[in-house]
Design a protein around this ligand. Structure first.
Ligand code: AHM
Ligand code: MG
Length: 334
């Protein structure tokens, strides 16, 4: 079979060999995510046609309005993973607390937990701009067969077994890593099948795109302000970088990985801890970035080495082409 026509299902089976002693549990888990992604994709794509838009009238734990598609995507991912009894625990950006999955018999022998942001960038839904799902998979640290505890979820990003995202864009793509590089699969909507379209995705060492919400400029630390000015300058014999900001992390990251660039959401006077969540957004993106030869930091420390203390913890995020992140760190540490 030509490599060109390889489907995600085939790729998962072929790559199971990377996990020598695996029982196929991780493969089944990624298959379940693939299934849920297709269901959510179907709904996202008809969002403009049906009356599913708007606030669901609920507020999530961060005090933000939830829109109906967030709620829907959360339900689909939660139910797919719970019904298929494929994990022992799930934590979602849309849920206040983690969920322990017991299985029909009450004995859950599964060893993986999933953390996810079921529909990130949801403020973009109303205006037909790309949104995404982000997921992160860990081995539980407590004994198999017992209920999961917070300890299972508050692990450093370096412990991730797999991570990825789905971007519901001009085409729908699922991009993921199991620690052996990053591969991207594009959904053929007519067939309902994901095909390997972007094998071995990598950030270039240097890029010329910077992505940050400059509307927050006056609230930024001096280091961030100086770095932005550096991006706009022709210092170091470089051209001025181009600014691209969708306001949808998955889409901004995806573009920067393909074209070369840096994404920044720093802490500021407005959001003193940053906006993005360490567990649901930054760790999975950091794992993907590092696997794609890029880098992710909070301006000083490697994201994946931060020890989380709470489920919905926020963090400053600098992520993308390695040399660009290093340069931004220089400014942050001056
Ligand atoms: P969300 O999880 O509530 O959707 O927020 C996360 C999103 C990211 O996708 C995006 O990069 C960022 O928030 C945009 O924030 P801002 O509008 O402050 O620039
Ligand atoms: Mg989010």
């Amino acid at each position: 079979m030509s490599k060109k026509n390889i489907t995600l299902g085939e790729f998962i089976i072929e790559n199971q060999q990377h996990f020598q002693y695996s029982s196929g549990e991780l493969s089944r888990l990624i298959n379940s995510i693939r299934l849920a992604a297709k269901v959510v994709n179907h709904e996202v794509n008809k969002a403009g046609l049906v009356d599913i838009l708007g606030n669901a009238g609920e507020t999530n734990i961060q005090g933000e309005d939830q829109q109906k598609l967030d709620v829907y995507a959360n339900e689909v991912f939660m139910q797919t993973l719970i019904n298929r009894e494929i994990v022992c625990g799930i934590a979602s950006e849309e849920e206040d607390d983690f969920v322990s999955v017991h299985g029909k018999t009450g004995n859950n022998e599964n060893k993986y937990i999933v953390l996810m942001d079921p529909l990130d960038g949801s403020s973009n839904i109303d205006v037909n701009v790309s949104v995404g799902t982000i997921f992160s998979i860990y081995h539980r640290v407590t004994p198999v067969g017992t209920p999961v505890t917070k300890e299972d979820f508050l692990q450093k990003g370096v412990n991730q077994v797999a991570a990825g995202y789905v971007v519901y864009g001009t085409s729908t793509m699922l991009v993921y890593t199991t620690g052996h590089g990053v591969n991207g699969f594009t959904l053929n909507p007519a067939m309902g099948t994901f095909y390997l379209s972007h094998p071995n995705m990598e950030f270039s060492e240097m890029g010329n795109i910077y992505s940050i919400n400059e509307g927050n400029y006056i609230h930024f630390d001096q280091g961030v302000k100086d770095y932005i000015k550096y991006c706009q300058s022709e210092d170091d014999g470089k051209e001025a970088y181009t600014s691209r900001y969708i306001g949808s992390l998955v889409s901004d990251f995806h573009r920067n990985m393909i074209k070369g660039g840096i994404y920044i959401y720093p802490k500021s006077k407005k959001s003193p801890k940053g906006k993005l969540r360490l567990l649901y957004e930054c760790n999975p993106m950091a794992f993907l970035a590092e696997q794609a030869k890029g880098k992710a930091s909070d301006g000083k420390n490697r994201i994946m080495e931060i020890k989380p203390t709470e489920l919905h913890e926020r963090v400053s995020f600098f992520c993308g082409s390695k040399k660009m992140v290093e340069k931004a760190e220089d400014f942050m540490n001056k």
